[in-house]
Write a protein that binds this ligand. Structure first.
Ligand code: TRP
Ligand code: SF4
Length: 328
């Protein structure tokens, strides 16, 4: 038997997961479970880097995130699923890495500069926010992950992680491998208002939405902006509803919509109803799994505890090596 390569990734628990998260990350994670030794964790310390003022929902978000993951098909006996803050070693390694990370590396980080502007309503002039990539580096190298499945926005963080690992090895001897980003091709799906799907834009379809909620949201979706009346021919290539069809409807339906939209044989109302039906069907297995876990809270607790236990074993071992290497 060949040993599977290890991959690791995390998500900040900032609210319920939506279709953007599913297609942008989670579905890929689910597919990687066979091939890799997977570590997936809920980055609750990272949630505090920007949302430190209001933490009242965090434990609820953590729990619901695990339920979202399980519903989507992450399997606790295949993947190690854990919670960052419950493994004390993350905070400890973050401290060690902080000692060797030059501040200019962090100030140069494009996501740092970007977020400071984007989230101008928050005071982000904190050590924690500047140090975000240092904590992320600790998360990754703690498990000596070979690869990190991430979206393009996270590539700079993996790059900083490589630099920090290299610097550590240079000072103290080879302890850490340098991880690679694993970029996954993701379909482009937008929110119901055609902006990027995001909880804060109020345009998201959540994995936990009921069939009625999904149907109501789909009915509100913006379509081809040039198509004002049913009698106007439409262009599916610029229509977000059509993108959804491509993901959720069978080929025959997709072809038919493509044809009948252009000839104005089908109207948007009917087109959306068909799509909503297929989307609702596609999410049915997730709703079933969700119902299963929601009625078995003790099982969810057990999965959390077991996953953390498995992760902690690896993290402890790494910290033994780290401390030996730095003579502490
Ligand atoms: N920064 C990541 C995000 O916002 C979350 C994250 C934290 C992460 N630690 C990580 C991702 C380690 C991959 C590996 O999406
Ligand atoms: Fe979009 Fe369908 Fe309307 Fe065409 S018919 S514009 S694909 S919603």
């Amino acid at each position: 038997m060949t040993v599977k390569k290890r991959i690791l990734s995390g998500m900040r628990p900032t609210g319920p997961l939506h279709l953007g998260n599913l297609h942008g990350a989670l579905a890929n994670w689910v597919n990687m479970q066979e091939q890799y030794d997977c570590f997936f964790f809920i980055a609750d310390w990272h949630a505090l880097t920007s949302d430190y003022e209001d933490t009242k929902h965090i434990s609820e978000y953590v729990r619901n995130m695990l339920i979202d993951w399980l519903s989507a098909g992450l399997l606790p006996d295949k993947s190690t699923l854990f919670i960052q803050s419950r493994i004390k070693e993350h905070a400890e390694l973050f401290l060690v890495l902080s000692m060797i990370t030059p501040v200019p590396w962090l100030e140069r980080n494009p996501t740092y500069k970007d977020q400071i502007v984007q989230l101008s309503n928050k005071d982000l002039s904190t050590i924690g926010f500047l140090g975000y990539p240092v904590l992320q580096a600790a998360d990754i190298i703690m498990y000596k992950a070979y690869g990190v499945p991430v979206g393009v926005d996270q590539v700079p963080h993996v790059e900083i992680t490589r630099e920090i690992a290299r610097r550590f090895n240079h000072f103290y001897g080879e302890v850490f491998p340098e991880p690679e980003s694993i970029l996954t091709q993701t379909p482009k799906i937008l929110g119901i208002d055609r902006r990027k799907m995001s909880k804060s834009y109020n345009n998201a379809i959540f994995l936990s939405d009921s069939p009625d909620e999904i149907a109501a949201k789909v009915a509100k979706m913006l379509t081809d902006p040039q198509r004002a009346r049913k009698s106007d021919p439409g262009d599916p290539d610029v229509c977000n509803v059509y993108e959804f069809h491509k993901l959720y409807s069978d080929n025959q339906t997709v072809e038919r919509i493509n044809r009948e939209c252009r000839t104005a044989e089908i109207g948007c109302v009917e087109c959306k109803q068909i799509m909503a039906r297929h989307l609702i069907n596609a999410l049915e297995p997730m709703r079933e799994k969700r119902a299963y876990y929601e009625t078995r809270p003790h099982l969810v607790d057990e999965i959390m505890v077991d996953g953390c236990e498995k992760a902690r074993k690896v993290a402890r071992q790494t910290m033994v090596e780290v401390k030996a290497a730095i003579n502490i």
